[in-house]
Design a protein around this ligand. Structure first.
Ligand SMILES: Cc1cc2nc3c(=O)[nH]c(=O)nc-3n(C[C@H](O)[C@H](O)[C@H](O)COP(=O)(O)O)c2cc1C
Length: 305
Protein backbone atom coordinates (compact mmCIF):
# COMPACT_ATOMS: atom_id res chain seq x y z
CA UNK A 1 0.00 0.00 0.00
CA UNK A 2 1.28 3.49 -0.85
CA UNK A 3 0.26 5.85 1.92
CA UNK A 4 2.70 8.61 0.96
CA UNK A 5 1.43 12.17 0.55
CA UNK A 6 2.79 15.53 -0.54
CA UNK A 7 1.92 18.81 1.14
CA UNK A 8 3.42 21.10 -1.49
CA UNK A 9 7.17 20.45 -1.21
CA UNK A 10 6.79 18.42 2.00
CA UNK A 11 6.68 14.70 1.31
CA UNK A 12 5.45 12.42 4.09
CA UNK A 13 5.64 8.63 4.21
CA UNK A 14 2.05 8.48 5.39
CA UNK A 15 -0.78 10.94 6.12
CA UNK A 16 -0.90 10.44 9.91
CA UNK A 17 0.41 13.41 11.88
CA UNK A 18 0.37 13.93 15.65
CA UNK A 19 -1.52 17.17 16.34
CA UNK A 20 0.15 20.05 18.12
CA UNK A 21 -0.36 20.23 21.87
CA UNK A 22 -1.53 16.63 22.14
CA UNK A 23 1.82 14.89 21.69
CA UNK A 24 4.23 17.06 23.68
CA UNK A 25 7.46 17.63 21.79
CA UNK A 26 7.20 14.06 20.48
CA UNK A 27 10.12 12.77 22.56
CA UNK A 28 7.81 12.20 25.56
CA UNK A 29 6.02 9.49 23.52
CA UNK A 30 9.15 7.82 22.15
CA UNK A 31 8.94 4.85 24.55
CA UNK A 32 5.44 4.05 23.26
CA UNK A 33 5.46 5.13 19.64
CA UNK A 34 8.19 4.75 17.00
CA UNK A 35 8.19 8.35 15.85
CA UNK A 36 9.79 7.41 12.53
CA UNK A 37 6.61 5.50 11.56
CA UNK A 38 4.41 8.60 11.78
CA UNK A 39 3.87 10.85 8.79
CA UNK A 40 5.05 13.69 11.03
CA UNK A 41 4.92 15.07 14.54
CA UNK A 42 3.52 18.60 14.96
CA UNK A 43 5.12 19.71 18.20
CA UNK A 44 3.52 21.83 20.93
CA UNK A 45 3.17 25.47 19.92
CA UNK A 46 6.29 27.55 20.51
CA UNK A 47 6.75 31.25 21.11
CA UNK A 48 10.18 32.86 21.10
CA UNK A 49 10.24 32.87 24.91
CA UNK A 50 9.16 30.24 27.46
CA UNK A 51 5.60 30.56 28.82
CA UNK A 52 3.95 29.15 31.90
CA UNK A 53 0.44 29.01 30.47
CA UNK A 54 -2.73 29.36 32.52
CA UNK A 55 -3.11 28.05 36.09
CA UNK A 56 -5.20 24.88 36.63
CA UNK A 57 -7.91 23.82 36.11
CA UNK A 58 -7.09 23.96 32.44
CA UNK A 59 -8.64 20.77 31.10
CA UNK A 60 -12.30 19.73 31.43
CA UNK A 61 -13.96 16.61 30.06
CA UNK A 62 -17.12 17.24 27.99
CA UNK A 63 -19.54 14.92 26.18
CA UNK A 64 -17.45 13.29 23.40
CA UNK A 65 -14.74 15.87 23.78
CA UNK A 66 -12.55 18.00 25.94
CA UNK A 67 -12.17 21.63 26.73
CA UNK A 68 -8.70 23.06 27.28
CA UNK A 69 -7.17 26.38 28.15
CA UNK A 70 -3.51 25.50 28.54
CA UNK A 71 -2.49 29.01 27.52
CA UNK A 72 0.29 27.81 25.23
CA UNK A 73 2.68 26.71 27.94
CA UNK A 74 6.04 26.02 26.36
CA UNK A 75 9.81 26.03 26.69
CA UNK A 76 10.46 28.65 24.00
CA UNK A 77 12.12 28.08 20.66
CA UNK A 78 15.76 28.17 21.79
CA UNK A 79 15.40 25.47 24.43
CA UNK A 80 13.34 23.42 21.95
CA UNK A 81 16.14 23.59 19.38
CA UNK A 82 18.84 22.79 21.94
CA UNK A 83 17.07 20.14 24.02
CA UNK A 84 14.44 18.46 21.82
CA UNK A 85 15.68 18.61 18.25
CA UNK A 86 18.73 16.34 18.80
CA UNK A 87 16.45 13.55 20.11
CA UNK A 88 13.84 14.13 17.40
CA UNK A 89 16.58 13.84 14.75
CA UNK A 90 17.98 10.69 16.37
CA UNK A 91 14.51 9.13 16.52
CA UNK A 92 13.92 9.79 12.82
CA UNK A 93 10.85 11.98 13.36
CA UNK A 94 9.58 14.24 10.61
CA UNK A 95 9.17 17.43 12.62
CA UNK A 96 6.59 20.11 11.93
CA UNK A 97 7.12 23.00 14.32
CA UNK A 98 3.94 24.78 15.40
CA UNK A 99 4.82 28.46 15.88
CA UNK A 100 2.91 31.15 17.76
CA UNK A 101 3.33 34.91 18.00
CA UNK A 102 1.90 38.03 19.56
CA UNK A 103 3.10 40.09 16.60
CA UNK A 104 3.83 39.37 12.96
CA UNK A 105 7.52 40.00 13.67
CA UNK A 106 7.55 37.26 16.29
CA UNK A 107 6.38 34.67 13.73
CA UNK A 108 9.03 35.96 11.31
CA UNK A 109 11.77 35.71 13.93
CA UNK A 110 10.71 32.14 14.79
CA UNK A 111 10.69 31.21 11.11
CA UNK A 112 14.19 32.62 10.66
CA UNK A 113 15.55 30.74 13.67
CA UNK A 114 13.94 27.43 12.66
CA UNK A 115 14.99 27.72 9.00
CA UNK A 116 18.58 27.05 10.04
CA UNK A 117 17.80 24.03 12.22
CA UNK A 118 18.58 20.62 10.74
CA UNK A 119 15.59 18.28 10.86
CA UNK A 120 12.80 20.86 10.87
CA UNK A 121 10.58 19.74 7.97
CA UNK A 122 7.91 22.45 7.98
CA UNK A 123 6.33 25.27 9.95
CA UNK A 124 2.70 25.15 11.04
CA UNK A 125 1.53 28.65 11.93
CA UNK A 126 -0.80 28.70 14.92
CA UNK A 127 -2.66 31.85 13.93
CA UNK A 128 -5.21 31.46 16.74
CA UNK A 129 -3.07 33.88 18.76
CA UNK A 130 -4.08 37.43 19.71
CA UNK A 131 -2.36 40.11 17.63
CA UNK A 132 -1.36 42.67 20.28
CA UNK A 133 -0.83 45.36 17.62
CA UNK A 134 -4.45 45.01 16.40
CA UNK A 135 -6.30 45.25 19.70
CA UNK A 136 -5.95 41.55 20.51
CA UNK A 137 -8.01 40.10 17.65
CA UNK A 138 -6.60 36.71 16.67
CA UNK A 139 -4.56 36.75 13.45
CA UNK A 140 -6.71 33.90 12.18
CA UNK A 141 -10.00 35.75 12.75
CA UNK A 142 -9.13 38.57 10.35
CA UNK A 143 -8.49 38.08 6.64
CA UNK A 144 -5.86 40.83 6.61
CA UNK A 145 -4.25 39.42 9.76
CA UNK A 146 -4.09 35.97 8.19
CA UNK A 147 -2.74 37.24 4.87
CA UNK A 148 -0.23 39.50 6.60
CA UNK A 149 1.33 36.89 8.86
CA UNK A 150 1.42 34.17 6.20
CA UNK A 151 3.06 36.39 3.59
CA UNK A 152 5.60 37.72 6.11
CA UNK A 153 6.61 34.17 7.12
CA UNK A 154 6.61 33.10 3.47
CA UNK A 155 9.22 35.77 2.70
CA UNK A 156 11.35 34.79 5.70
CA UNK A 157 11.75 31.05 5.09
CA UNK A 158 12.21 28.41 2.43
CA UNK A 159 10.55 25.82 4.71
CA UNK A 160 7.03 24.66 3.80
CA UNK A 161 4.52 27.02 5.47
CA UNK A 162 1.25 25.56 6.75
CA UNK A 163 -1.12 28.08 8.40
CA UNK A 164 -3.49 26.40 10.84
CA UNK A 165 -6.96 27.84 10.44
CA UNK A 166 -9.28 28.59 13.31
CA UNK A 167 -12.87 27.34 13.03
CA UNK A 168 -14.09 30.38 14.98
CA UNK A 169 -15.01 32.29 11.82
CA UNK A 170 -18.10 32.33 9.62
CA UNK A 171 -16.50 31.51 6.27
CA UNK A 172 -13.42 29.35 6.79
CA UNK A 173 -12.85 28.92 3.04
CA UNK A 174 -12.19 32.66 2.70
CA UNK A 175 -9.33 32.21 5.16
CA UNK A 176 -7.93 29.29 3.18
CA UNK A 177 -7.99 31.47 0.08
CA UNK A 178 -6.23 34.31 1.95
CA UNK A 179 -3.55 31.82 3.02
CA UNK A 180 -3.20 30.57 -0.54
CA UNK A 181 -2.81 34.10 -1.93
CA UNK A 182 -0.18 34.81 0.71
CA UNK A 183 1.96 31.90 -0.47
CA UNK A 184 1.10 29.06 1.92
CA UNK A 185 2.08 25.55 0.83
CA UNK A 186 -0.90 23.89 2.56
CA UNK A 187 -3.46 24.71 5.24
CA UNK A 188 -4.31 22.71 8.32
CA UNK A 189 -7.70 22.84 10.02
CA UNK A 190 -9.32 22.92 12.46
CA UNK A 191 -7.95 24.35 15.66
CA UNK A 192 -10.27 24.13 18.67
CA UNK A 193 -13.73 25.74 18.92
CA UNK A 194 -14.14 28.50 21.50
CA UNK A 195 -16.31 27.08 24.25
CA UNK A 196 -17.00 27.14 28.01
CA UNK A 197 -18.36 24.97 30.78
CA UNK A 198 -19.89 26.00 34.12
CA UNK A 199 -20.10 24.16 37.44
CA UNK A 200 -23.76 24.82 38.30
CA UNK A 201 -23.32 24.11 42.03
CA UNK A 202 -20.68 26.78 42.51
CA UNK A 203 -21.72 28.85 39.47
CA UNK A 204 -18.03 29.06 38.65
CA UNK A 205 -16.45 28.52 35.24
CA UNK A 206 -14.82 25.10 35.12
CA UNK A 207 -11.66 26.53 33.51
CA UNK A 208 -9.46 29.08 35.25
CA UNK A 209 -9.41 31.02 31.99
CA UNK A 210 -13.26 30.91 31.86
CA UNK A 211 -13.23 29.99 28.15
CA UNK A 212 -11.24 27.37 26.32
CA UNK A 213 -11.05 25.32 23.15
CA UNK A 214 -13.27 22.32 22.43
CA UNK A 215 -11.73 19.29 20.70
CA UNK A 216 -12.42 15.59 20.25
CA UNK A 217 -15.20 13.63 18.49
CA UNK A 218 -17.79 16.28 19.43
CA UNK A 219 -16.33 18.66 16.82
CA UNK A 220 -15.71 16.16 14.03
CA UNK A 221 -18.78 16.78 11.82
CA UNK A 222 -18.13 20.53 11.87
CA UNK A 223 -14.45 20.00 11.07
CA UNK A 224 -15.32 17.66 8.18
CA UNK A 225 -17.70 20.29 6.78
CA UNK A 226 -14.97 22.94 7.00
CA UNK A 227 -12.41 20.73 5.26
CA UNK A 228 -14.92 20.09 2.49
CA UNK A 229 -15.58 23.83 2.10
CA UNK A 230 -11.84 24.56 1.84
CA UNK A 231 -11.33 21.68 -0.59
CA UNK A 232 -13.97 23.15 -2.87
CA UNK A 233 -12.51 26.64 -2.91
CA UNK A 234 -8.70 26.33 -2.86
CA UNK A 235 -6.07 24.26 -4.62
CA UNK A 236 -3.92 24.01 -1.51
CA UNK A 237 -3.36 20.59 0.04
CA UNK A 238 -5.38 20.31 3.25
CA UNK A 239 -4.38 18.76 6.56
CA UNK A 240 -7.65 17.87 8.27
CA UNK A 241 -8.28 17.29 11.94
CA UNK A 242 -10.92 17.42 14.63
CA UNK A 243 -11.99 14.40 16.62
CA UNK A 244 -10.26 11.68 14.62
CA UNK A 245 -10.30 8.53 16.75
CA UNK A 246 -10.46 5.70 14.18
CA UNK A 247 -9.40 4.83 10.65
CA UNK A 248 -12.94 5.54 9.44
CA UNK A 249 -12.73 9.03 10.94
CA UNK A 250 -9.43 9.68 9.14
CA UNK A 251 -10.91 8.39 5.88
CA UNK A 252 -13.93 10.67 6.32
CA UNK A 253 -11.57 13.66 6.29
CA UNK A 254 -9.69 12.26 3.28
CA UNK A 255 -12.88 11.77 1.28
CA UNK A 256 -13.90 15.35 2.16
CA UNK A 257 -10.59 16.53 0.69
CA UNK A 258 -7.83 16.22 3.29
CA UNK A 259 -4.49 15.03 1.90
CA UNK A 260 -3.19 14.36 5.42
CA UNK A 261 -4.78 14.23 8.85
CA UNK A 262 -3.79 15.07 12.40
CA UNK A 263 -4.82 13.25 15.51
CA UNK A 264 -4.94 15.21 18.77
CA UNK A 265 -7.32 14.47 21.62
CA UNK A 266 -7.47 10.72 20.81
CA UNK A 267 -3.86 10.46 22.04
CA UNK A 268 -5.07 11.14 25.57
CA UNK A 269 -7.42 8.16 25.32
CA UNK A 270 -5.18 5.79 23.38
CA UNK A 271 -1.54 6.72 22.78
CA UNK A 272 -1.14 3.49 20.79
CA UNK A 273 -3.77 4.55 18.25
CA UNK A 274 -1.28 4.97 15.38
CA UNK A 275 -0.82 1.31 14.41
CA UNK A 276 -4.60 0.81 14.56
CA UNK A 277 -5.22 3.80 12.29
CA UNK A 278 -2.70 2.56 9.78
CA UNK A 279 -3.99 -1.00 9.79
CA UNK A 280 -7.58 0.24 9.43
CA UNK A 281 -6.66 2.45 6.47
CA UNK A 282 -4.81 -0.37 4.72
CA UNK A 283 -7.73 -2.70 5.34
CA UNK A 284 -10.12 -0.13 3.83
CA UNK A 285 -7.95 0.36 0.74
CA UNK A 286 -7.73 -3.40 0.28
CA UNK A 287 -11.48 -3.88 0.63
CA UNK A 288 -12.11 -1.15 -1.94
CA UNK A 289 -9.58 -2.49 -4.44
CA UNK A 290 -7.28 0.50 -4.00
CA UNK A 291 -3.53 0.68 -3.37
CA UNK A 292 -2.95 4.36 -2.61
CA UNK A 293 -4.25 6.68 0.13
CA UNK A 294 -4.36 9.43 -2.51
CA UNK A 295 -6.95 7.37 -4.42
CA UNK A 296 -9.37 8.28 -1.63
CA UNK A 297 -8.58 11.97 -1.18
CA UNK A 298 -11.33 14.29 -2.38
CA UNK A 299 -13.57 11.51 -3.71
CA UNK A 300 -16.86 12.51 -2.06
CA UNK A 301 -19.74 11.41 -4.26
CA UNK A 302 -22.53 13.97 -4.03
CA UNK A 303 -24.44 12.77 -7.09
CA UNK A 304 -28.15 13.31 -6.56
CA UNK A 305 -27.68 15.15 -3.24
C1 LIG B 1 -4.51 20.12 25.22
C2 LIG B 1 -4.45 20.71 23.84
C3 LIG B 1 -3.40 21.56 23.49
C4 LIG B 1 -3.33 22.11 22.21
N1 LIG B 1 -2.27 22.92 21.87
C5 LIG B 1 -2.17 23.41 20.61
C6 LIG B 1 -1.05 24.19 20.21
O1 LIG B 1 -0.09 24.42 20.98
N2 LIG B 1 -1.02 24.70 18.95
C7 LIG B 1 -2.02 24.44 18.04
O2 LIG B 1 -1.96 24.90 16.90
N3 LIG B 1 -3.08 23.66 18.38
C8 LIG B 1 -3.17 23.14 19.63
N4 LIG B 1 -4.24 22.34 19.96
C9 LIG B 1 -5.28 22.03 18.95
C10 LIG B 1 -5.05 20.64 18.31
O3 LIG B 1 -3.79 20.57 17.67
C11 LIG B 1 -6.16 20.31 17.31
O4 LIG B 1 -6.21 21.32 16.33
C12 LIG B 1 -7.55 20.23 17.96
O5 LIG B 1 -7.46 19.67 19.25
C13 LIG B 1 -8.54 19.41 17.13
O6 LIG B 1 -8.11 18.08 16.92
P1 LIG B 1 -8.53 16.85 17.90
O7 LIG B 1 -10.02 16.89 18.03
O8 LIG B 1 -8.01 15.62 17.20
O9 LIG B 1 -7.84 17.09 19.20
C14 LIG B 1 -4.33 21.79 21.25
C15 LIG B 1 -5.39 20.94 21.62
C16 LIG B 1 -5.45 20.39 22.88
C17 LIG B 1 -6.58 19.46 23.22
Amino acid sequence: MDLSVSLGPLRLKNPLIAASGCFGYGVEYADLVDLSTLGAVAVKGLFLEPREGHPPPRIVETPSGMLNAIGLQGIGVRRFVAEMMPDLRRLGATVIVNICGSTRDEYVELARILSDVEGVAALELNISCPNIKEGGIQFGCSLTGTHGVVSAVRKATALPVIPKLTPNVTDVAAFARAAEEAGADAVSLVNTFLAMAIDVETRRPKLSNVMGGLSGPAIRPIAVRMVYECFQSTRLPIVGMGGIASAADALEFAIAGATAVQVGTANFVDPLIWTKLRAGIEDYLGRHGLTRWMDVVGTLDTAGR
